[in-house]
Write a protein that binds this ligand. Structure first.
Ligand SMILES: Cc1cc2nc3c(=O)[nH]c(=O)nc-3n(C[C@H](O)[C@H](O)[C@H](O)COP(=O)(O)O)c2cc1C
Length: 166
């Protein structure tokens, strides 16, 4: 085995632990295919640009949402509140109807979940693939901002409570 392969294996084994130390907000990204609404939980969301207002996220190329999200016109981004861990769990699971029993509605062809602190309807702007994921950039076409503290992912858990300054 070459030194380079050994180094790559060493990095691969610590990389998940390294990334577990990065605190991130959690969001549900929604789209649809010919049959039904689709969605998944992401921690990779970030603000991309102000002009035009855009977000960036990464999506696993094996995700059921991959094709509809990267080939569709628009998608929804829902920032979750710290009271919505059950919603996060539901959208982190594969298969099943993730929308059954949830309060949601169509918003110009995009599934919109009710009761989230922030909802953004995004027009797909760019996709580029690298490795097992693709970067998706969406331009924000509509935004709703409500209330709620964020659901934070850190150390493979999302039961943290973010406390404001004393
Ligand atoms: C905390 C957390 C963060 C995640 N972040 C992402 C992400 O940024 N991108 C992604 O593609 N999958 C992410 N996932 C995995 C998807 O939510 C999960 O694979 C989901 O079941 C995909 O569903 P689908 O195959 O029905 O689309 C994350 C999962 C968890 C638990």
């Amino acid at each position: 085995m070459t030194a380079r392969v050994l180094a790559e294996q060493a990095v691969a084994s610590v990389f998940p632990d390294a990334m577990a130390r990065l605190a991130a907000g959690l969001a549900v990204v929604t789209t649809r295919d010919a049959e039904a609404p689709r969605g998944l939980l992401v921690s990779s969301l970030c603000s991309y640009s102000v002009a035009p207002p855009s977000v960036l996220l990464t999506i696993d190329r094996g995700s059921r949402s991959y094709r509809p999200l990267t080939e569709g016109a628009e998608f929804g981004v829902h920032l979750l509140a710290d009271t919505q861990a059950a919603v996060a769990d539901r959208f982190a699971r594969r298969g099943a109807d993730k929308f059954a029993g949830l309060a949601w509605e169509w918003d110009d062809g995009v599934p919109r979940l009710r009761g989230v602190p922030v909802y953004l309807r995004c027009a797909l702007a760019m996709v580029f693939a690298h490795g097992d994921h693709a970067v998706v950039i969406g331009e924000v076409a509509a935004a709703r901002v409500g209330r709620g503290d964020p659901l934070v992912y850190f150390g493979r858990r999302y039961d943290w409570r973010l406390r404001g300054p004393a």
